[in-house]
Write a protein that binds this ligand. Sequence first.
Ligand SMILES: [Zn+2]
Length: 182
Amino acid sequence: MRPPWQEGHFVGGHLVLDLTNTVFSRAQPVDEGELLKTSSDVLTWCVSSGLFDEIPVVPTNGLVQDVQTVREQAWAVLDAVACGAAPPPEPLGALLERAGAGVRTGHVHVDGTADWALPGAIPSALALMAVQALFTLPRDRLRACGRCGWLFLDSSRGGRRRWCSMSTCGNREKASRHRVAG
Ligand SMILES: [Zn+2]
């Protein structure tokens, strides 16, 4: 983990789900709870998520905006799936186009690697991974946290996980129930 990132930011069970969770809460406007504010935030996130090991020297103009755009498109697509709906065509089409552009130039590879130092490689690779996630993640196990809206893969045996994390949202839910009961 590279600061400011902590284990609690990576509870989605998949890199793309963790990317969609780089806002404080889906229950509040994204700009107020933005966790990817600077290019350093983006690059340290990429290392912490395991996208690459060493931070490459990349052109940072547009990087934050492009990664935020991919994140919001991935969230729109995967949140719809988590809710049992069809993926909305506009953000899905945009992800396919960005992924396709990276693949066509040869800068982004289907094994999840890319020539990271090239402009646009990081957002294109993330877009490709989002498309892969849509087609490969088990849809019946994709969930949105009942409190904060973060997306996660429910790998529990019974398949009844409701919270992104018991130590944050799960406990708050218990606490609020307790208050109501008391
Ligand atoms: Zn939550």
